[in-house]
Unconditional design. Structure first.
Length: 364
């Protein structure tokens, strides 16, 4: 059995106006020891149901680079020393944190640059102001691999801004790039601005032009799209995230983390304060239709074919599949489907359409 571990780090200095994640904000030093002990407590709770050793470990957040490398290393060793990725913000790389992470054996750093334009950085509430310097530091750190996050569709962003971001990022020859089109999540600062019609985001045509330009530029730089939002040079794909998309189990540790047990159960941990005090996770037992929906949500994101036997005993509505194929959004062959080029920018809508037509087969 192949499986991975996700560890949630809940701390950020500030909450970005587009962020809907469960995080804790402030400049105070995070209570690392209490968090570390709680993560190991979670590990002991779920470990008996997972056979063998984890293939991957991913520290996400929040802002993992706010935690000392020593604390992350203690967890890395306690969880079996799998291949590890850690998310980092540019402002945390001013000291020797990155060198310590490399020397501790961390394989991969995912750098949250988002944009290199100072005006746009202020609009999205990001705290750093030297994305170029952070990119240079990561590029020369001697890591096995690294990735950079790029956002688009931002308030007041132009195609020229996007081109400048692409020029700046590609100058450092990243082996992996993750792209994120801005979405307005409920109960965020941007949602409140949008409700007052005070959020000047690009219209749909400009958004799509941005997306297509990103795909073109990254492809021309040897970065192949292997998932809706992820592009990589050969051998630099995210091994951890591919576990999600291929339906493998994963152990979610830390406050607000999600997990998928090998027996099909899913769990969600409590937010920081309740989790720290020992509140047990919420556990659900998905029915056949929910499992099939979850498989569509994760499995159809990748560029690979989705084997429809993974949906069993549920089946897709053939009429819906034909309509999506006819619209150029989906490709289909006997027993398998995948997104077509036009389907990637609207992947969520394609999945919703397919999920509405799911039914449990009564044959066999």
């Amino acid at each position: 059995m192949t499986w991975g571990v996700y560890v949630h780090v809940p701390w950020c200095r500030i909450r970005c106006p587009y962020c809907a994640f469960e995080i804790e904000t402030g400049d105070a030093r995070p209570p690392e020891e209490a968090w570390r002990d709680g993560v190991l407590r979670d590990w002991e709770r779920w470990r008996p149901g997972f056979t063998g050793s984890p293939a991957t470990l991913y520290f996400g957040g929040g802002t993992p680079s706010r935690v000392s490398v020593h604390t992350l290393q203690v967890l890395h060793e306690g969880l079996g020393r799998p291949h590890v990725t850690v998310e980092a913000n540019p402002e945390d790389l001013r000291g020797d944190w990155l060198d310590q992470a490399r020397d501790a054996g961390f394989d991969r750093v995912s750098l949250g640059v988002q944009t290199l334009q100072p005006g746009l950085l202020r609009r999205v509430g990001r705290a750093h102001h030297d994305g170029h310097g952070a990119l240079a530091k990561v590029a020369r750190a001697g890591l096995r691999s690294w990735s950079v996050d790029l956002m688009f569709g931002l308030p007041d962003q132009t195609l020229a801004d996007l081109e400048a971001d692409l020029d700046g990022i590609l100058a450092f020859d990243p082996p992996h790039v993750s792209i994120y089109g801005l979405t307005i999540e409920p109960d965020t600062g941007y949602a409140r601005l949008d409700a007052r019609r005070a959020l000047p985001v690009p219209d749909e045509d400009v958004w799509r032009a941005m997306y297509d330009r990103i795909v073109e530029r990254l492809g021309g730089h040897g970065l192949a799209r292997y998932e809706v939002s992820n592009f990589a040079k050969p051998g630099h794909e995210s091994a951890h995230n591919q576990l999600y998309w291929r339906g493998h189990p994963y152990m979610g540790l830390g406050p607000s983390a999600h997990g998928l047990h090998p027996d099909g159960r899913r769990w969600v941990n409590a937010p920081w304060a309740a989790w720290r005090d020992g509140t047990l996770p919420a556990v659900e037992h998905p029915d056949d239709l929910q499992r099939a929906t979850d498989t569509l949500v994760s499995g159809l994101r990748g560029a690979e074919w989705l084997d429809l036997t993974r949906l069993a005993p549920s089946v897709l509505d053939e009429r819906t599949v034909r309509q999506l194929v006819g619209a150029g959004l989906l490709s289909a062959e006997p027993g398998r489907i995948r997104l077509a080029y036009e389907g990637f920018p609207v992947a969520d809508a394609v999945v919703r359409a397919l999920a509405r037509g799911l039914r449990v087969s009564r044959i066999g």
